[in-house]
Design a protein around this ligand. Structure first.
Ligand code: ADP
Length: 439
Protein backbone atom coordinates (compact mmCIF):
# COMPACT_ATOMS: atom_id res chain seq x y z
CA UNK A 1 0.00 0.00 0.00
CA UNK A 2 2.78 2.36 1.00
CA UNK A 3 4.75 1.37 -2.08
CA UNK A 4 1.72 2.10 -4.23
CA UNK A 5 1.34 5.52 -2.59
CA UNK A 6 5.02 6.30 -3.15
CA UNK A 7 4.73 5.25 -6.79
CA UNK A 8 1.70 7.51 -7.04
CA UNK A 9 3.79 10.32 -5.55
CA UNK A 10 6.50 9.85 -8.16
CA UNK A 11 3.95 9.79 -10.98
CA UNK A 12 2.32 12.93 -9.61
CA UNK A 13 5.75 14.63 -9.32
CA UNK A 14 6.62 13.63 -12.90
CA UNK A 15 3.25 14.95 -14.18
CA UNK A 16 3.70 18.20 -12.22
CA UNK A 17 7.19 18.61 -13.67
CA UNK A 18 5.93 17.89 -17.18
CA UNK A 19 3.09 20.44 -16.77
CA UNK A 20 5.59 22.99 -15.48
CA UNK A 21 7.92 22.42 -18.41
CA UNK A 22 5.03 22.65 -20.83
CA UNK A 23 3.88 25.92 -19.26
CA UNK A 24 7.46 27.34 -19.34
CA UNK A 25 7.81 26.42 -23.01
CA UNK A 26 4.54 28.19 -23.84
CA UNK A 27 5.58 31.27 -21.83
CA UNK A 28 9.05 31.19 -23.45
CA UNK A 29 7.47 30.99 -26.93
CA UNK A 30 5.05 33.79 -26.17
CA UNK A 31 7.16 36.16 -24.02
CA UNK A 32 10.76 35.11 -24.53
CA UNK A 33 13.18 32.58 -23.01
CA UNK A 34 13.79 34.69 -19.90
CA UNK A 35 10.12 34.55 -18.91
CA UNK A 36 9.96 30.82 -19.64
CA UNK A 37 12.97 30.08 -17.39
CA UNK A 38 11.47 32.36 -14.70
CA UNK A 39 8.16 30.49 -14.72
CA UNK A 40 10.06 27.16 -14.55
CA UNK A 41 12.19 28.26 -11.58
CA UNK A 42 9.25 29.76 -9.68
CA UNK A 43 7.19 26.62 -10.39
CA UNK A 44 10.00 24.35 -9.17
CA UNK A 45 10.41 26.44 -5.99
CA UNK A 46 6.65 26.34 -5.26
CA UNK A 47 6.41 22.58 -5.87
CA UNK A 48 9.61 21.87 -3.88
CA UNK A 49 8.49 24.12 -0.98
CA UNK A 50 5.10 22.39 -0.84
CA UNK A 51 6.68 18.94 -0.75
CA UNK A 52 9.24 20.05 1.83
CA UNK A 53 6.42 21.46 3.96
CA UNK A 54 4.49 18.14 3.75
CA UNK A 55 7.64 16.17 4.59
CA UNK A 56 8.21 18.41 7.59
CA UNK A 57 4.58 17.83 8.72
CA UNK A 58 5.12 14.08 8.36
CA UNK A 59 8.34 14.24 10.36
CA UNK A 60 6.70 16.24 13.15
CA UNK A 61 3.70 13.91 13.23
CA UNK A 62 6.03 10.88 13.48
CA UNK A 63 7.40 12.36 16.70
CA UNK A 64 3.99 12.83 18.32
CA UNK A 65 2.55 10.14 20.65
CA UNK A 66 1.05 7.13 18.93
CA UNK A 67 -2.62 7.71 18.18
CA UNK A 68 -2.25 11.44 17.31
CA UNK A 69 -4.37 12.15 14.17
CA UNK A 70 -2.40 12.81 10.98
CA UNK A 71 -2.19 16.44 9.77
CA UNK A 72 -4.80 17.30 7.11
CA UNK A 73 -3.53 16.77 3.56
CA UNK A 74 -5.04 16.17 0.19
CA UNK A 75 -4.17 14.10 -2.81
CA UNK A 76 -1.04 12.02 -2.83
CA UNK A 77 0.23 13.35 0.50
CA UNK A 78 -3.16 12.60 2.08
CA UNK A 79 -2.88 9.00 0.93
CA UNK A 80 0.68 8.72 2.22
CA UNK A 81 -0.30 10.14 5.62
CA UNK A 82 -3.24 7.73 5.87
CA UNK A 83 -0.91 4.84 5.04
CA UNK A 84 1.62 5.87 7.69
CA UNK A 85 -1.18 6.23 10.23
CA UNK A 86 -2.51 2.75 9.43
CA UNK A 87 0.95 1.22 9.83
CA UNK A 88 1.60 3.07 13.07
CA UNK A 89 -1.77 1.87 14.45
CA UNK A 90 -0.99 -1.69 13.45
CA UNK A 91 2.43 -1.74 15.12
CA UNK A 92 0.88 -0.07 18.16
CA UNK A 93 -1.63 -2.92 18.40
CA UNK A 94 1.12 -5.54 18.03
CA UNK A 95 3.14 -3.82 20.74
CA UNK A 96 0.07 -3.71 23.01
CA UNK A 97 -0.54 -7.41 22.48
CA UNK A 98 3.11 -8.25 23.23
CA UNK A 99 3.15 -6.01 26.31
CA UNK A 100 -0.06 -7.65 27.58
CA UNK A 101 1.43 -11.12 26.99
CA UNK A 102 4.62 -10.11 28.81
CA UNK A 103 2.64 -8.61 31.69
CA UNK A 104 0.56 -11.82 31.95
CA UNK A 105 3.71 -13.90 31.94
CA UNK A 106 5.29 -11.73 34.63
CA UNK A 107 2.11 -11.87 36.71
CA UNK A 108 2.14 -15.66 36.47
CA UNK A 109 5.84 -15.78 37.43
CA UNK A 110 5.12 -13.38 40.26
CA UNK A 111 2.34 -15.59 41.58
CA UNK A 112 4.61 -18.64 41.63
CA UNK A 113 5.57 -20.03 44.99
CA UNK A 114 9.06 -20.67 43.63
CA UNK A 115 11.68 -18.02 43.09
CA UNK A 116 12.28 -17.07 39.43
CA UNK A 117 15.38 -15.18 38.37
CA UNK A 118 16.39 -14.34 34.78
CA UNK A 119 20.06 -13.83 34.21
CA UNK A 120 21.67 -12.63 31.02
CA UNK A 121 25.34 -12.42 30.05
CA UNK A 122 27.79 -12.19 32.99
CA UNK A 123 24.98 -13.37 35.28
CA UNK A 124 23.32 -9.97 35.18
CA UNK A 125 19.88 -9.89 36.81
CA UNK A 126 17.28 -9.09 34.14
CA UNK A 127 14.14 -9.85 36.10
CA UNK A 128 13.12 -11.60 39.31
CA UNK A 129 9.92 -12.34 41.15
CA UNK A 130 9.03 -11.54 44.73
CA UNK A 131 9.80 -15.04 45.92
CA UNK A 132 13.33 -14.84 44.49
CA UNK A 133 13.76 -11.52 46.30
CA UNK A 134 12.96 -13.27 49.58
CA UNK A 135 15.02 -16.37 48.85
CA UNK A 136 18.18 -14.54 47.81
CA UNK A 137 17.73 -11.32 49.76
CA UNK A 138 17.54 -9.22 46.59
CA UNK A 139 15.62 -6.03 45.88
CA UNK A 140 13.99 -5.52 42.49
CA UNK A 141 14.09 -1.75 42.65
CA UNK A 142 17.82 -1.75 43.32
CA UNK A 143 19.41 -4.89 41.95
CA UNK A 144 18.22 -5.17 38.32
CA UNK A 145 21.19 -4.97 36.01
CA UNK A 146 23.70 -6.04 38.68
CA UNK A 147 25.61 -9.34 38.48
CA UNK A 148 23.92 -11.80 40.81
CA UNK A 149 27.22 -13.19 42.09
CA UNK A 150 28.05 -9.74 43.52
CA UNK A 151 24.87 -9.79 45.54
CA UNK A 152 24.36 -13.45 46.44
CA UNK A 153 27.70 -14.36 47.92
CA UNK A 154 26.88 -17.85 49.11
CA UNK A 155 30.01 -19.79 47.97
CA UNK A 156 27.98 -22.91 47.02
CA UNK A 157 25.67 -20.82 44.86
CA UNK A 158 28.50 -18.95 43.15
CA UNK A 159 30.36 -22.20 42.46
CA UNK A 160 27.23 -23.87 41.11
CA UNK A 161 26.40 -20.95 38.85
CA UNK A 162 29.91 -20.78 37.47
CA UNK A 163 30.27 -24.55 37.04
CA UNK A 164 27.98 -24.56 33.97
CA UNK A 165 26.88 -28.08 35.01
CA UNK A 166 23.25 -27.90 36.01
CA UNK A 167 22.18 -31.54 35.75
CA UNK A 168 21.50 -31.79 39.48
CA UNK A 169 19.88 -29.04 41.54
CA UNK A 170 21.86 -27.36 44.31
CA UNK A 171 20.67 -27.60 47.90
CA UNK A 172 21.86 -24.54 49.72
CA UNK A 173 21.36 -23.08 53.16
CA UNK A 174 20.49 -19.46 52.73
CA UNK A 175 21.43 -16.98 55.42
CA UNK A 176 17.99 -15.44 54.94
CA UNK A 177 15.19 -16.04 57.44
CA UNK A 178 15.43 -18.66 60.14
CA UNK A 179 17.41 -21.46 58.56
CA UNK A 180 16.06 -21.30 55.01
CA UNK A 181 17.02 -24.32 52.91
CA UNK A 182 16.71 -23.77 49.16
CA UNK A 183 16.77 -26.10 46.22
CA UNK A 184 18.19 -24.15 43.29
CA UNK A 185 18.04 -25.24 39.65
CA UNK A 186 19.61 -23.32 36.79
CA UNK A 187 18.15 -23.74 33.30
CA UNK A 188 20.23 -22.31 30.44
CA UNK A 189 18.30 -21.00 27.44
CA UNK A 190 18.81 -18.81 24.38
CA UNK A 191 22.27 -17.36 24.01
CA UNK A 192 24.06 -17.16 27.34
CA UNK A 193 20.81 -16.68 29.26
CA UNK A 194 19.78 -18.47 32.43
CA UNK A 195 16.62 -19.12 34.34
CA UNK A 196 17.26 -19.72 38.05
CA UNK A 197 14.44 -21.45 39.93
CA UNK A 198 14.58 -21.62 43.71
CA UNK A 199 12.31 -23.62 46.01
CA UNK A 200 12.07 -23.39 49.77
CA UNK A 201 12.52 -26.96 51.03
CA UNK A 202 13.06 -26.05 54.71
CA UNK A 203 9.82 -27.77 55.68
CA UNK A 204 10.61 -30.93 53.72
CA UNK A 205 14.06 -31.03 55.28
CA UNK A 206 12.58 -30.53 58.74
CA UNK A 207 10.12 -33.38 58.16
CA UNK A 208 12.93 -35.60 56.92
CA UNK A 209 14.97 -34.82 60.06
CA UNK A 210 11.91 -35.53 62.20
CA UNK A 211 11.39 -38.84 60.43
CA UNK A 212 15.01 -39.85 60.98
CA UNK A 213 14.87 -38.78 64.63
CA UNK A 214 11.64 -40.69 65.07
CA UNK A 215 13.06 -43.91 63.65
CA UNK A 216 16.18 -43.51 65.82
CA UNK A 217 14.05 -42.82 68.92
CA UNK A 218 11.74 -45.78 68.36
CA UNK A 219 14.68 -48.11 67.78
CA UNK A 220 16.37 -46.83 70.90
CA UNK A 221 13.22 -47.08 73.03
CA UNK A 222 12.61 -50.66 71.92
CA UNK A 223 16.20 -51.75 72.15
CA UNK A 224 16.65 -50.74 75.80
CA UNK A 225 14.00 -53.11 77.27
CA UNK A 226 14.92 -55.75 74.73
CA UNK A 227 18.54 -55.67 75.90
CA UNK A 228 17.37 -56.18 79.49
CA UNK A 229 15.13 -59.12 78.51
CA UNK A 230 17.96 -60.58 76.43
CA UNK A 231 20.31 -60.33 79.37
CA UNK A 232 17.92 -62.12 81.75
CA UNK A 233 17.18 -64.89 79.28
CA UNK A 234 20.85 -65.40 78.52
CA UNK A 235 21.77 -65.52 82.19
CA UNK A 236 19.01 -67.99 82.96
CA UNK A 237 19.68 -70.23 79.96
CA UNK A 238 23.42 -70.27 80.73
CA UNK A 239 22.93 -71.62 84.22
CA UNK A 240 19.36 -72.12 85.33
CA UNK A 241 20.50 -74.46 88.09
CA UNK A 242 22.77 -71.76 89.54
CA UNK A 243 19.76 -69.72 90.63
CA UNK A 244 17.23 -70.30 93.32
CA UNK A 245 13.50 -70.26 92.63
CA UNK A 246 13.06 -66.79 94.17
CA UNK A 247 15.85 -65.35 92.08
CA UNK A 248 14.41 -66.81 88.88
CA UNK A 249 11.04 -65.38 89.85
CA UNK A 250 12.60 -61.94 90.35
CA UNK A 251 14.26 -62.12 86.92
CA UNK A 252 11.00 -63.10 85.30
CA UNK A 253 9.12 -60.26 86.96
CA UNK A 254 11.75 -57.77 85.77
CA UNK A 255 11.68 -59.22 82.24
CA UNK A 256 7.89 -59.00 82.28
CA UNK A 257 8.11 -55.31 83.28
CA UNK A 258 10.36 -54.67 80.31
CA UNK A 259 8.11 -56.54 77.89
CA UNK A 260 5.14 -54.57 79.23
CA UNK A 261 7.07 -51.41 78.56
CA UNK A 262 7.65 -52.51 74.98
CA UNK A 263 3.97 -53.34 74.58
CA UNK A 264 2.93 -49.92 75.96
CA UNK A 265 5.33 -48.24 73.57
CA UNK A 266 3.97 -50.16 70.61
CA UNK A 267 0.38 -49.44 71.69
CA UNK A 268 1.17 -45.73 71.95
CA UNK A 269 2.93 -45.76 68.59
CA UNK A 270 -0.05 -47.42 66.94
CA UNK A 271 -2.44 -44.94 68.56
CA UNK A 272 -0.30 -42.03 67.42
CA UNK A 273 0.05 -43.42 63.93
CA UNK A 274 -3.72 -43.97 63.66
CA UNK A 275 -4.32 -40.37 64.76
CA UNK A 276 -1.67 -38.93 62.47
CA UNK A 277 -2.15 -40.86 59.28
CA UNK A 278 -5.43 -39.49 58.09
CA UNK A 279 -7.62 -41.17 60.67
CA UNK A 280 -11.25 -40.31 59.90
CA UNK A 281 -12.76 -37.49 61.94
CA UNK A 282 -13.58 -38.57 65.49
CA UNK A 283 -16.99 -40.20 65.88
CA UNK A 284 -19.36 -37.62 67.19
CA UNK A 285 -20.98 -38.85 70.37
CA UNK A 286 -22.64 -36.87 73.10
CA UNK A 287 -20.10 -36.93 75.91
CA UNK A 288 -21.21 -35.73 79.33
CA UNK A 289 -18.16 -33.76 80.49
CA UNK A 290 -18.93 -34.14 84.22
CA UNK A 291 -19.31 -37.93 83.85
CA UNK A 292 -15.99 -38.09 82.00
CA UNK A 293 -14.16 -36.27 84.81
CA UNK A 294 -15.81 -38.53 87.39
CA UNK A 295 -14.69 -41.62 85.52
CA UNK A 296 -11.08 -40.39 85.16
CA UNK A 297 -11.10 -39.34 88.81
CA UNK A 298 -11.95 -42.92 89.88
CA UNK A 299 -9.23 -44.38 87.64
CA UNK A 300 -6.70 -41.88 89.01
CA UNK A 301 -7.49 -42.92 92.57
CA UNK A 302 -6.86 -46.53 91.58
CA UNK A 303 -3.60 -45.61 89.84
CA UNK A 304 -2.37 -43.54 92.77
CA UNK A 305 -3.31 -46.37 95.14
CA UNK A 306 -3.56 -44.01 98.09
CA UNK A 307 -0.21 -42.31 97.47
CA UNK A 308 -1.88 -38.97 96.67
CA UNK A 309 -4.97 -37.04 97.61
CA UNK A 310 -7.11 -37.02 94.46
CA UNK A 311 -9.96 -34.51 94.33
CA UNK A 312 -12.43 -33.35 91.70
CA UNK A 313 -14.35 -30.09 91.00
CA UNK A 314 -17.20 -29.86 88.53
CA UNK A 315 -18.69 -26.45 87.78
CA UNK A 316 -21.65 -26.59 85.40
CA UNK A 317 -22.85 -29.25 83.04
CA UNK A 318 -22.00 -29.67 79.37
CA UNK A 319 -22.57 -32.16 76.58
CA UNK A 320 -19.48 -32.28 74.39
CA UNK A 321 -19.60 -33.45 70.78
CA UNK A 322 -16.72 -35.83 70.20
CA UNK A 323 -15.32 -39.29 70.61
CA UNK A 324 -15.71 -40.54 74.18
CA UNK A 325 -12.80 -42.94 73.75
CA UNK A 326 -10.42 -40.25 72.50
CA UNK A 327 -11.48 -37.58 75.00
CA UNK A 328 -11.23 -40.08 77.83
CA UNK A 329 -7.75 -41.08 76.66
CA UNK A 330 -6.62 -37.42 76.59
CA UNK A 331 -7.84 -36.52 80.08
CA UNK A 332 -6.67 -39.88 81.54
CA UNK A 333 -3.19 -39.28 80.05
CA UNK A 334 -2.95 -35.91 81.81
CA UNK A 335 -4.17 -37.47 85.08
CA UNK A 336 -1.72 -40.36 84.83
CA UNK A 337 1.14 -37.88 84.26
CA UNK A 338 0.03 -36.00 87.37
CA UNK A 339 0.26 -39.24 89.38
CA UNK A 340 3.66 -40.14 87.89
CA UNK A 341 5.23 -36.75 88.36
CA UNK A 342 3.89 -36.00 91.86
CA UNK A 343 5.78 -37.41 94.81
CA UNK A 344 3.83 -39.47 97.34
CA UNK A 345 1.68 -37.40 99.66
CA UNK A 346 0.97 -34.82 96.92
CA UNK A 347 -2.40 -33.44 95.84
CA UNK A 348 -3.98 -33.97 92.43
CA UNK A 349 -7.09 -32.11 91.39
CA UNK A 350 -9.04 -32.47 88.21
CA UNK A 351 -12.13 -30.69 87.11
CA UNK A 352 -14.45 -29.32 84.54
CA UNK A 353 -16.10 -25.94 84.07
CA UNK A 354 -18.19 -24.11 81.49
CA UNK A 355 -16.84 -20.83 80.18
CA UNK A 356 -18.67 -17.56 79.63
CA UNK A 357 -18.13 -17.73 75.86
CA UNK A 358 -20.13 -20.99 75.66
CA UNK A 359 -17.06 -23.24 75.54
CA UNK A 360 -15.71 -25.35 78.37
CA UNK A 361 -12.50 -26.67 79.88
CA UNK A 362 -11.05 -29.68 81.66
CA UNK A 363 -8.03 -29.28 83.88
CA UNK A 364 -5.66 -31.52 85.77
CA UNK A 365 -3.50 -29.92 88.42
CA UNK A 366 -0.83 -31.31 90.72
CA UNK A 367 1.66 -30.04 93.28
CA UNK A 368 4.38 -32.32 91.94
CA UNK A 369 7.85 -31.74 90.54
CA UNK A 370 6.81 -29.03 88.08
CA UNK A 371 8.52 -28.18 84.79
CA UNK A 372 11.07 -25.53 83.86
CA UNK A 373 9.62 -22.92 81.46
CA UNK A 374 12.11 -23.77 78.68
CA UNK A 375 10.74 -27.29 78.33
CA UNK A 376 7.05 -26.39 78.21
CA UNK A 377 6.74 -25.54 74.49
CA UNK A 378 8.34 -28.89 73.53
CA UNK A 379 6.42 -31.26 75.81
CA UNK A 380 3.99 -32.36 73.11
CA UNK A 381 6.80 -33.43 70.74
CA UNK A 382 7.15 -37.16 70.32
CA UNK A 383 9.63 -38.65 72.80
CA UNK A 384 10.36 -35.31 74.42
CA UNK A 385 10.95 -35.78 78.15
CA UNK A 386 12.34 -33.44 80.77
CA UNK A 387 13.82 -36.29 82.76
CA UNK A 388 14.23 -39.45 80.71
CA UNK A 389 15.09 -41.56 83.75
CA UNK A 390 12.03 -40.52 85.74
CA UNK A 391 9.75 -41.02 82.75
CA UNK A 392 11.03 -44.57 82.24
CA UNK A 393 10.94 -45.46 85.94
CA UNK A 394 7.28 -44.53 86.06
CA UNK A 395 6.46 -46.46 82.89
CA UNK A 396 6.35 -43.48 80.51
CA UNK A 397 6.79 -43.82 76.78
CA UNK A 398 7.36 -40.15 75.96
CA UNK A 399 4.36 -40.22 73.64
CA UNK A 400 1.51 -39.39 76.05
CA UNK A 401 1.32 -35.64 75.46
CA UNK A 402 1.88 -36.09 71.70
CA UNK A 403 -1.23 -38.30 71.67
CA UNK A 404 -3.14 -35.78 73.81
CA UNK A 405 -2.23 -32.97 71.40
CA UNK A 406 -3.41 -34.96 68.38
CA UNK A 407 -6.71 -35.87 69.99
CA UNK A 408 -7.32 -32.27 70.99
CA UNK A 409 -6.48 -30.95 67.52
CA UNK A 410 -9.03 -33.39 66.09
CA UNK A 411 -11.61 -31.85 68.45
CA UNK A 412 -10.52 -28.23 67.77
CA UNK A 413 -9.49 -28.01 71.43
CA UNK A 414 -6.37 -26.33 72.80
CA UNK A 415 -3.93 -27.45 75.46
CA UNK A 416 -2.24 -24.92 77.72
CA UNK A 417 0.40 -25.83 80.27
CA UNK A 418 1.23 -23.74 83.34
CA UNK A 419 3.94 -25.00 85.62
CA UNK A 420 6.44 -23.90 88.25
CA UNK A 421 9.48 -26.01 88.95
CA UNK A 422 9.21 -27.66 92.34
CA UNK A 423 5.67 -26.39 92.89
CA UNK A 424 3.48 -28.25 90.42
CA UNK A 425 1.70 -28.09 87.08
CA UNK A 426 -1.72 -27.31 85.64
CA UNK A 427 -2.77 -28.73 82.25
CA UNK A 428 -5.87 -27.07 80.80
CA UNK A 429 -7.87 -28.33 77.80
CA UNK A 430 -10.22 -25.77 76.31
CA UNK A 431 -13.05 -26.66 73.90
CA UNK A 432 -14.73 -24.08 71.63
CA UNK A 433 -18.46 -23.34 71.93
CA UNK A 434 -19.09 -25.14 68.63
CA UNK A 435 -18.30 -28.47 70.35
CA UNK A 436 -21.27 -28.17 72.73
CA UNK A 437 -25.00 -28.78 72.47
CA UNK A 438 -26.58 -25.40 73.21
CA UNK A 439 -28.07 -25.38 76.74
P1 ADP B 1 6.06 -39.54 79.42
O1 ADP B 1 5.61 -40.85 78.99
O2 ADP B 1 7.53 -39.39 79.48
O3 ADP B 1 5.37 -39.07 80.65
P2 ADP B 1 4.53 -37.50 78.11
O4 ADP B 1 4.45 -37.15 76.67
O5 ADP B 1 3.28 -37.86 78.79
O6 ADP B 1 5.64 -38.59 78.21
O7 ADP B 1 5.14 -36.25 78.85
C1 ADP B 1 6.30 -35.65 78.35
C2 ADP B 1 7.14 -35.07 79.46
O8 ADP B 1 6.45 -33.99 80.07
C3 ADP B 1 7.40 -36.03 80.57
O9 ADP B 1 8.49 -36.86 80.30
C4 ADP B 1 7.64 -35.12 81.74
O10 ADP B 1 8.98 -34.72 81.75
C5 ADP B 1 6.77 -33.91 81.45
N1 ADP B 1 5.49 -33.94 82.20
C6 ADP B 1 4.29 -34.30 81.72
N2 ADP B 1 3.35 -34.15 82.67
C7 ADP B 1 3.97 -33.65 83.76
C8 ADP B 1 3.53 -33.26 85.07
N3 ADP B 1 2.25 -33.35 85.47
N4 ADP B 1 4.47 -32.78 85.91
C9 ADP B 1 5.76 -32.66 85.54
N5 ADP B 1 6.24 -33.00 84.33
C10 ADP B 1 5.36 -33.51 83.45
Amino acid sequence: MLVRSLRFLWTAAALTLAALLFMSLIVAASFGTGWGVGVLVVGLIVVGARNLYQLDCLLRWSRTPIGTPVPPAHGTWGRIYAEFERRSRQSHEVRDRLSAALARFQDASQAMRDGVLYLSRSNTIEWLNQCAEQHFGLDRTRDLGAPVTHLVRNPDFVRYLQSRHYGEPLVMHSGRGAGLTLQVQVIPFGEDQYLVLSRDISQIEKLETMRRDFVANVSHELRTPLTVIDGFLETLSDGLDDFGRDEVHRFLVLAYEQSSRMRRLIDDLLTLSALETGAPDPVVEEVDAADLVQEVNKETELLSAGRHTVTMKVDGSGVLHGSYKELHSAVANLASNAVRYTPDGGHIEMGWRRLDDGGGEFWVQDDGIGIEPDHIPRLTERFYRVDRGRSRETGGTGLGLAIVKHILTRHQAELSIHSTLGKGSRFVVRFPPARFTPD
